[in-house]
Every structure is written in C-alpha cells, then in structure tokens.
Design a protein around this ligand. Structure first.
Ligand SMILES: *[C@@H]1O[C@H](CO)[C@@H](O)[C@H](O)[C@H]1NC(C)=O
Ligand SMILES: *[C@@H]1O[C@H](CO)[C@@H](O)[C@H](O)[C@H]1NC(C)=O
Ligand SMILES: *[C@@H]1O[C@H](CO)[C@@H](O)[C@H](O)[C@H]1NC(C)=O
Ligand SMILES: *[C@@H]1O[C@H](CO)[C@@H](O)[C@H](O)[C@H]1NC(C)=O
Ligand SMILES: *[C@@H]1O[C@H](CO)[C@@H](O)[C@H](O)[C@H]1NC(C)=O
Length: 394
C-alpha cells in the first residue's frame, strides 16, 4: 500500500496544476479535522465522501481512488473522465467527493490527500450494497408430484450482502415436515413429523408428500437492503381419490325414495360413477368444486327400490391417474314386522333407516318427516344426530 501511495503522490506532484514553490507553502501546517466516515450506499444512489481539513491555506486537496490508483480530483477540478464524479468544497475546509448513480464497481477505498511534504492522507471506505434479487432460472418453478414422493424446492438470490432465503407457506400455515428425530439412539435415520412454519435455507425438501403439502410456497430473499423480494411456487400433490359416505347401511321400505351420497376428493379430478351389480347406473348428479386445490365431487343418486333387485350393494367409485377408490352402501329391505320402536339409539352410526310416513304407535298420529329424501350429510355441510336409528311402522 505504501508503495502505491508514494507512486500516486509522484503522479500527483507531476499533474499538480499551477505548482507552488515550497517557500509559499511553508508558513502553514494543514491537518485533517477528523477521519473520513465510511459510507454505505445502495447501488444506483449517490455517495458523498467528506474530508475535513484546517489550515489548508495554499496547499491543495486531492481525492484518489486507492485500488485503481486513479486521481479523481485536485482542488475543485475533476481529473477523472468518470462523469459521475463531482467535487465541491465549503471554504476550503469541507471537501466532498460526490459519486452519482453508484455502481458496484465503485466499492472500495478512497483517499483524501494534502500536498504537504511529506504528503498527508487519510482513507475512507465506500461500501455499495445491492438489494436482493431472485434468480429465476436457478429457482424452482411450479411443481407437480405424486403423493409419497419427495420434492426439493430451490431458490437462488443475488444481492450484497448475500441474502438469506426463508421459505414459508403463503397462508402461513405450517409445513408438515419429516425431520430427523433428536434422540440419542443410533437410529439417527429415523424421521419424525414436525410442523414447521418457516425454514431458512436455499433448499426446502419435503419428504413423502401428502395432500396437506399442497399449496403455494414463498421463497423470501432479504439482506437488510430494501426491498425484500419473494417468489411464489405452487406445489401440487397428486393423489388417488378418497371417498367419504355418511352411512354404509340403509334400511328402506319398498317404494320409498332415497338419495345416496358419496363425497370424493382427489387431485387431479376424478371420474365418478355408481355401480350396482357391476352395472353402471345412469343418472345421478356430480357437483364438483375445488377446495384448497383439491377437487371435491359430491355424487348423488336418487333411488326408489321397487323390486328385490333394487336392494343390495351400491358402489360409488372414483378414478384418476393415481388410482381408483370405491365405497359400498348396502340397501336393506325394511320389512314391517322388523320394526319395533319409533326410534332407537344405537352405537352403530353408519346405519340409517329411512322414514317416510311416521306413525307413532301410541298416539296414532301421522307425522310427516322433513322430506322423503335421505341425504348423507357431509362433515361441516350438514350435521345431524349421528347415533340414532329410526325405525317406524309403515
Ligand atoms: C519550511 O519549514 C521547515 C519545517 O517545517 C523549516 O525547517 C524550513 O526552514 C522552512 N522554510 C522556509 C523557507 O520557511
Ligand atoms: C472504516 O471501515 C474500516 C474497515 O472497513 C475501519 O477500519 C475504519 O475504522 C472505518 N472508519 C471509520 C471512520 O469508521
Ligand atoms: C424420499 O427420500 C427418502 C430419504 O432420503 C428415501 O428413502 C426415499 O426413497 C425417497 N422417496 C422417493 C419416492 O424418492
Ligand atoms: C440446493 O440444491 C442445489 C441443487 O438442487 C445445490 O446445487 C445446492 O448446493 C443446494 N444448496 C444447499 C445450501 O444445500
Ligand atoms: C356437529 O355436532 C357435534 C355434536 O353434537 C357438535 O360438537 C359440532 O359442533 C357440530 N358441528 C357443526 C358444524 O354444527
């Protein structure tokens, strides 16, 4: 460094405009009033480096770029061809080097010199910070995976200082994660489910994907220089259909109308249909909606069993690329003699006995029941008494 400075000084003395003789300069002893404060500036802004001297009299102040050995200014003349550099002073005391539209290449040491013999100098550091930026081509795009698979989402960001990357879910819900158990056993490969809200890492690995992993993930890059940036990555987990039905056994009389209902959920959407003795049933309704990226289909079919063949096992089936799932609902004939009480409770909550006309055996009054349809209620859609079996005289 010393060598460099001497070298700069020599250059400086050669280019020093309007050289003054030593006798003129000798009367004063200029000094720095304080150090040059280090400056930190985001790229694109202006930087101001300040050198304060006293007793300068006819000595001169120069600014130099240390690492490139460049003279930037002498007194109020800009020497460098860099048009972004400017110089200003207040009463020959406060010398300010202004760098407009700071580039990353401006980062480094700057020197303020007084041309005494020996020369006096001091240095200040200009730090240039850069807000974070996500490198799109080195960052995961939206992904689709089958359930059971693993996925690693990766996020790369630039910036100075290097940004930290944080992963979280868009709705700020926890990420079901499998993490190594913290036990002291040798079994250190064992993974345990944990609910994690955020992960600070370039890569986010999710093992054994389940449908609960589905959703938007945010990769957030921050380094203290605003603005913080994020990228949204959608994770879709494909899974075979699941089927839910409220009742798997239903007692019904001949000619009574009832509606069977199954609710399926899948990703991608499933094809749904009803079977009776391996035969496809026509009709029925299939209402589909998307609930949190999951395809839900409510399938209903209305029946009025008239003959023996209309009783028996009905199957609701849902099929997609990942598999096929079915549930059975068995329709039993409800014989009159079979029935004893107007209603009775039972611990079995998956049976239902359809009531159409209801005759109380004691007061002989006919009570119409809401409607002749029987709807399997879905969780949260309808909530009816679960552990009762209604039986009636017909
Ligand atoms: C210049 O100053 C030096 C010490 O700073 C002194 O020795 C010398 O005599 C001075 N010369 C003149 C011409 O004043
Ligand atoms: C400027 O920063 C350097 C290190 O980067 C440090 O040694 C020096 O003391 C700082 N100067 C001031 C005035 O803070
Ligand atoms: C998921 O990762 C675990 C642990 O690294 C590995 O044992 C398993 O085979 C992976 N599963 C798939 C489907 O790649
Ligand atoms: C993240 O994954 C990429 C490849 O997918 C790899 O190059 C990089 O080293 C990983 N980063 C860390 C911190 O493990
Ligand atoms: C359904 O019924 C149960 C038990 O009676 C009750 O705890 C629950 O809050 C009900 N749910 C709704 C959505 O009404």
């Amino acid at each position: 460094m010393k060598k460099v400075l001497v070298h700069i000084l020599l250059i400086l003395q050669n280019v020093w405009p309007g050289s003054t003789t030593f006798s003129e300069l000798n009367n004063s002893d200029p000094k720095f009033s304080g150090p040059i404060n280090n400056v930190t500036v985001p790229v694109g802004r202006d930087a101001l480096l300040t050198c304060i001297v006293h007793d300068l009299v006819s000595y001169k102040v120069a600014w130099l770029r240390v690492d490139t050995q460049t003279i930037l200014s002498i007194q109020n003349h800009v020497i460098t061809k860099n048009h972004r550099i400017g110089i200003s002073h207040t009463e020959h005391r406060i010398w300010q080097l202004r760098i407009r539209d700071v580039h990353e290449s401006d980062r480094g040491w700057y020197m303020c010199q007084i041309n005494t013999d020996p020369m006096k100098s001091q240095m200040g550091y200009l730090d240039v910070v850069v807000p974070p930026d996500i490198v799109d081509y080195q960052t995961s795009q939206d992904v689709v995976r089958a359930s059971g698979q693993n996925v690693t989402l990766t996020c790369t960001a630039t910036g100075v200082p290097l940004p930290t990357i944080t992963w979280r879910r868009e709705e700020n819900t926890p990420m079901p994660m499998l993490l190594p158990a913290m036990s002291e056993d040798d079994n250190d490969n064992e993974l345990q489910p944990k609910e994690i809200y955020s992960v600070e890492s370039q890569n986010l690995t999710l093992w054994q994907l389940q449908r609960g992993h589905m959703g938007a993930y945010l990769c957030i890059a921050s380094n203290g220089v605003p603005p913080t940036v994020s990228k949204r990555i959608m994770l879709v987990v494909n899974f075979a259909p699941t089927i839910w039905t409220r009742y798997d056994t239903i007692y019904v009389g001949v000619g009574q109308k009832l509606t069977l209902e199954c609710i399926t959920e899948s990703q991608p959407a499933s094809i749904n249909f009803w079977l009776k003795n391996k035969e496809l049933l026509q009709g029925g309704s299939y209402d589909s909606l998307i609930v949190g990226h999951v395809h839900r289909i409510v399938m209903r079919i209305t029946l009025r069993p008239l003959t023996k063949h209309d009783f028996g096992e009905y199957k609701c089936i849902a099929k997609n690329a990942l598999g096929e799932t079915e549930r059975s609902i068995t329709l039993h004939h409800k014989a009159k003699k079979h029935v004893q009480h107007s209603h009775q409770t039972s611990s079995r909550d998956n049976q239902f006995i359809v009531i159409e006309g209801y005759k109380d055996s004691y007061n002989q009054e006919s009570i119409p029941i809401h409607n002749s349809q029987f709807l399997c209620p879905h969780n949260g859609i309808k909530n009816i008494s679960t552990n009762r079996i209604y039986q009636v005289y017909m």
